[in-house]
Write a protein that binds this ligand. Structure first.
Ligand SMILES: CCCCCCC/C=C/C(=O)SCCNC(=O)CCNC(=O)[C@H](O)C(C)(C)COP(=O)(O)OP(=O)(O)OC[C@H]1O[C@@H](n2cnc3c(N)ncnc32)[C@H](O)[C@@H]1OP(=O)(O)O
Ligand SMILES: NC(=O)C1=CN([C@@H]2O[C@H](COP(=O)(O)OP(=O)(O)OC[C@H]3O[C@@H](n4cnc5c(N)ncnc54)[C@H](OP(=O)(O)O)[C@@H]3O)[C@@H](O)[C@H]2O)C=CC1
Length: 266
């Protein structure tokens, strides 16, 4: 199984019993992470994590990575795209270079990985691909990040159709170190009244990878405690930039209501 290593991928590894497989951990600093996982889980499973460094923003490196994986393991049953991230910034301050960097990491990097694994293995043998993004309905993880994550959604469906693979996009909302303060503020708006934790993301991914999901493809599975069903976590700043309604008795009534001078009957 090929996985770009991260917090969520580590959770996935914990559930390796369900999908007994070796695991290839990737990422800029994968070695220490792989060592930690191998030490932690060696008594529980023969599965082994092998770190191979690769910048997924570089197409040649991704192709070389897939080649190395196949020489190591002989096959690639699953690809879980879990690499990515963003920097925090108000939209108006994001520069082109930063925007492109985030799009390259989250969107183009995901595509490179899908394409390389498909061409080198899954085209002939089939397989399952899961793309992990952010649960972003109504927006919030930053314009650059949102653009990249939302842009994974439709191609996931297109590739599921074009390639005939079991293909799924898992949108997660679990807030660890990133955005903690912001997240604390919005927890009251989450129907579950808490965020998800990595241990709740990995079972969802395992489900999609497992034979239990053998008739599922191209779906988006939100693991977010219902957050995306409810309001947006974004705060709307006070402003006076909206067009006023046409003058008349209804706009007059609205003004009264908003001023608090008029008490509605109900
Ligand atoms: C912000 C909170 C939103 C809600 C969070 C939702 C929940 C999500 C959680 C997670 O994502 S967990 C994963 C956590 N990990 C990360 O987020 C790491 C993300 N970082 C990266 O992937 C990379 O650092 C990057 C953002 C893709 C940038 O790549 P790199 O460092 O290689 O940059 P360059 O290609 O050289 O481009 C640099 C360019 O980028 C802009 N920039 C980078 N950092 C910042 C920053 N902190 N503030 C503003 N702008 C930034 C900037 O334009 C840089 O250009 P220069 O100024 O250097 O010329
Ligand atoms: N954790 C959270 O709260 C949430 C996470 N997500 C998203 O879910 C996905 C997985 O998250 P999680 O596991 O927590 O995140 P992590 O930050 O733990 O893992 C992301 C991994 O991606 C790797 N990575 C980033 N850019 C590249 C690159 N250019 N080339 C190769 N590897 C790269 C990082 O490697 P390295 O560290 O070596 O640079 C890191 O190991 C991400 O897309 C994240 O944005 C969504 C919602 C919430």
């Amino acid at each position: 199984m090929a996985v770009r290593y991260g917090l969520l991928a580590a959770g996935l590894f914990r559930r390796r019993v369900a999908i007994a497989a070796d695991l290839l951990a990737l990422g800029g600093h994968g070695e220490a992470a792989a060592e930690e996982l191998n030490n932690t889980f060696s008594s529980m499973s023969p599965a082994k994590v092998t770190p191979i460094q690769c910048n997924i923003r570089n197409e040649d490196e991704v192709e070389a990575l897939v080649k190395s994986t196949l020489s190591l393991y002989g096959n690639i049953d699953f690809l879980v795209n879990g690499g990515g991230g963003q920097f925090a910034s108000p939209s108006e301050a994001i520069r082109g270079k930063g925007c492109n960097a985030v799009i390259d990491a989250n969107l183009t990097g995901t595509f490179y990985c899908c394409k390389a694994v498909y061409n080198a293995w899954m085209k002939e043998h089939g397989g399952v691909i899961v793309n992990i993004t952010v649960a972003l309905r109504n927006g919030f993880s930053g314009m650059h990040s949102e653009a990249a994550r939302a842009a994974v959604n439709n191609p996931t469906k297109t590739l599921a159709l074009e390639w005939g693979l079991v293909f799924s996009e898992t949108a997660v909302a679990n807030y660890g170190e990133q955005g903690t303060m912001m997240w604390l503020k919005i927890i009251p708006q989450i129907p579950a009244k808490r965020s998800a934790v990595p241990e709740e993301i990995s079972p969802a991914v395992c489900f999609v990878l497992s034979p239990a999901a053998s008739c599922i493809t191209g779906i988006t599975l939100a693991v977010d405690g219902g957050q995306s069903l409810y309001s947006s976590p974004l705060e709307i700043p006070d402003h006076n930039r909206w067009l006023s309604p046409r003058e008349g008795k209804n706009s007059e009534m609205l003004r009264k209501l908003l001023s608090g001078k008029f008490k509605p009957k109900l």
